[in-house]
Design a protein around this ligand. Sequence first.
Ligand code: PLP
Length: 238
Amino acid sequence: MSLLNDAGDTEVADNPVAAGLLAVQRSIAEAVAAAGRSDPVHLVAVTKTFDAEHIRPALDAGQRIVGENRVQEAKAKWPALKEAYEGVELHLLGPLQSNKVKDAVALFDVIQSIDREKIASAIAKAADAAGRMPRCMVQVNIGKEPQKAGVLPEETAGLVDRCRALGLPVIALMAIPPVDEPPGPHFAALAKLADGCGVDATSMGMSADYAEAIAHGATWVRVGSAIFGARPPVPKTQ
Ligand SMILES: *Cc1c(COP(=O)(O)O)cnc(C)c1O
């Protein structure tokens, strides 16, 4: 079974995940057209908490860019799926601890969550040892929330420069706006910040707001529940 990516596709999906994927692909195409954009928007299908059997229909339908939050969980699921599906591009979206950097560099193609120099140096070192350098994004705490991961907006340019000096290919800025505020101004702020840092791309927008993120220039959108369905609530210990 293969579902085409363009909005003109009329194939009917026979599985809820394939149907969700197709619906998201179509509304991305609509948002891109509405924004009058001709540059590409990439869909990261966020597979955290879902097992391989639940994920497969999206891969069967041709989806190749996928995202996970936790190194351990990704390590349990993705090596086998990467074997089975050629061309999978795996993104790390969640916070990275020093003791997981080696595994992350071995497994992920893109690390979206670099938010401090210590982790950037650890990635550079691990990449050197492994002979494998993932592409990188710097995560910005765009709403300046005390409990949230990400570098502060005013410290972002400095961290991007440090990453580049360490040899990390910084391809975008990533952010998750505050849940209780309208996301539009935060998307606009991230796009402007990226421009100012000499980074020409952004990763922003999730199931609830990816169309708005695209209107603000998002290069990557990260969509989970709109494709795969509701996730079980995260236990308090995680
Ligand atoms: C879970 C998650 C997503 C996807 O969230 P949905 O609302 O299910 O689309 C996107 N980005 C990050 C960083 C996430 O942790």
